[in-house]
Each structure stands twice: as structure tokens, then as C-alpha cells.
Design a protein around this ligand. Sequence first.
Ligand SMILES: NC(=O)c1ccc[n+]([C@@H]2O[C@H](COP(=O)([O-])OP(=O)(O)OC[C@H]3O[C@@H](n4cnc5c(N)ncnc54)[C@H](O)[C@@H]3O)[C@@H](O)[C@H]2O)c1
Ligand SMILES: [Zn+2]
Length: 367
Amino acid sequence: MVVPSSGGGYSVSVGAGVRSEIARIVGEIAPSRRCALITDDRVCAHWGEELHGLLAQGGIDTLVASFRPGEAQKTRGSWAALTDQLLEGGLDRGCCVVALGGGVVGDLAGFVAATYMRGIPCVQLPTTTLAMMDAAVGGKTGVDHPAGKNLVGAFHPPATALVDPDFLATLDRRTLAQGFAEAVKHGILLDAAYADWLASAAGSLLAGRTADVVRAVARSIEIKAGVVGDDEFDMGGRRILNFGHTVGHAIEVHSGFSVPHGDAVAAGMVAEARIGEELGVARPGTAARVGGLLRPFELRGYDPSLLRMERLAATLRLDKKARRGTVELIGVEAVGRVGAGDSATMAVEAEEVVRIMRGWSSSGRSP
Ligand SMILES: NC(=O)c1ccc[n+]([C@@H]2O[C@H](COP(=O)([O-])OP(=O)(O)OC[C@H]3O[C@@H](n4cnc5c(N)ncnc54)[C@H](O)[C@@H]3O)[C@@H](O)[C@H]2O)c1
Ligand SMILES: [Zn+2]
């Protein structure tokens, strides 16, 4: 499949075993036949040797640069350390980066590639469901800043992405489940039949059954590519992908990022759908339906214990997308239907969001 981009578009291959194409691809995009394989220590322990071997067999000279796993490493410091390694290794502009890992590796390695000698190609080899269905496609790269997540970065679409579900064999079930929050989100926004199919296939997807995982990953990439293709640089249309992420982000901040992203977004989608119902934007029953789609994935739905109300307003007001105390929520009207144009978003006072949500906890009713 080809993802449109201003650079002419890039191909994404989805399928068991597609990683074996890596040396051929690097050979095509890197005239020096050299690459930096950037990964984290956990992924490296499982897959580093195999990938290094595939590259060597194809005549590619590879510098392996690995860092400690986790979001805490997605920093300017790691970007500098990796860049130094590439310079010390003598990599020139004819080389490329191969990003092997989850979204942390993809964002960090992508940003190294975006800035190294003013930009060298990057091949994304995502190894988590979240990275396969979300992070590896769309061209956003970057690092976190003490002032917030992803505040420093660049648009640098991959030269290509090889999405191989075989990588999921070594991923724990809880991390594997997280990516499906984004898949369900894609369905809720634009394809109700896909959302229903995901929920019905959850058992098989969580068990990592290849045929179903390939179907889900391919459909999610297709939906994300359609949205991103119309708004590569995030000027408007792409914001619908933020559904569930405003409240979800507040949950992440509150928990000191101990609640995983998928769980936070799952709870955020249920809450935002319920807010939409109360504001007359979403059809009654939408939030319950959203919750029902997420439950088979063992993701947390709305859970009052996830939100400390007294701090929620402050967190929402500080949201990087908030404007003078007003937050922008996505106008999901029903599962599979999001408002068009101006109706794609609802501007809601942060205090109003808190008031609505306080009402749920005091009435003892969760959405
Ligand atoms: N660029 C984008 O458009 C975009 C979109 C969504 C998320 N993101 C970013 O993605 C990041 C989250 O990504 P993530 O959830 O993949 O986290 P992650 O990269 O931290 O991976 C989660 C954990 O799984 C381990 N792991 C990865 N693949 C494995 C495998 N196959 N086998 C065993 N262990 C494996 C990692 O070592 C890590 O400990 C965040 O930083 C987020 O900002 C970016
Ligand atoms: Zn997300």
C-alpha cells in the first residue's frame, strides 16, 4: 500500500516475513550500502541478531545503536547520544537509519534520521501493535521535553515501512492490547463495520493470530493513511485522530504516565463520547457502544479512579491544544461517524468537562 505524502508517497508492506526484504530496501535507498540499526535493548535482545544477519547477508554494513527501553529515553539527550554514535561510526549522507522497535524507537530514530546531515532516509520496522497501527505511518518524529510529550520534532516520513506481525510473538499480551485502542478508534471515527469486526475478533487478535492481525493492521494503516494523506502537516483534518486523547492525555499526566497509552485513550474515548452525548453532539448510547467495543481487548473503560477531578481542570487547561481554558474535543456523532468541517470538533470549557464528569461520579453511573 502507498501512503501519500508531499515527498511523493511511500510504500508500506504488511505481512508475516516482510522483514526479510530489509537488505534489498536498504540497498536501494542507501548508496553507501551502510545503515544504522537503531533499537532498544529489549527489542535488540529478541530481534537484533536476526536483523543484523539479514542485513549482512544482503551485503549491508550495519552499525547497531541500542538504548535502554522506555518513554523516559525519548529525550534530546538520547537523540544527541545516537547522533554522536552515527558520526563516530563515520556514517555519511549515503547511509540510512533502520528503526527497529515500538513507537519510542520509531519516534527517536526517525528524528535522528530527520536531522542527521540535514536528513537521511529512515525505514520503519515497527514491533508493537501501537507502532504498527499508528506510530510508523504519518511521518511524525520527535522527542519529549520536560514541558511535555513530543514537543521537539520534525515531519520526516519513512522511506518505507515493513510491518511484520511475526515481531509480536515476543511482545507481552498487555502491551499487545494497547495498540488495539488506536485500531478501535480508527473504526469509531470512520468505519463502524471495522470496529465491530475488531471487537468480535479480539480473542484471536490478542492471541496474535497472524491472519487477523494482518487484516487489522492493514485496515488501520489504510484509515490513518487516508486521514494523513489529506493533512500531512496537521493543519486541520488530521486532528480527528486525537479522539480520546485529550482526556486520555490528562489521565496519563495524572498517573505520572503509569497508565499505559492504550488504556488512557480507551478511557478517554468513552469519556469524550459521553461528553458528546451530554452536549447533544453524539447520539444517545454512543459512549456505551464505545465502551463495549473496547471491553473485549481488556482495555480500561471509564474508571473514576483514573481521574482525580480536582486536578483534571488544571491539566486540561494546560493541554497543549487548549486555548484560553477551552479544550477541543472530537465531534464523534455515532460509532463510524465523525462531524465534517467545523463539526469535527467541539470546543468545551475545561471547567465544563470537569463539571460533566463530576456528575458521573456523584450519580454513581459510569458512561
Ligand atoms: N509518531 C506517531 O505518529 C506516534 C503515534 C502514536 C504513538 N507514538 C509514540 O509511540 C510511543 C509509544 O510506543 P509503544 O507503545 O510501541 O512503546 P515502546 O516503544 O516503549 O514499546 C513498549 C515496550 O515494548 C518493548 N517491545 C517493543 N517491541 C517488542 C517486541 N516485539 N517484543 C518484546 N518487547 C517489545 C519495548 O522494549 C518497550 O519496553 C510514545 O512515545 C508515543 O508518543 C507516536
Ligand atoms: Zn495515541
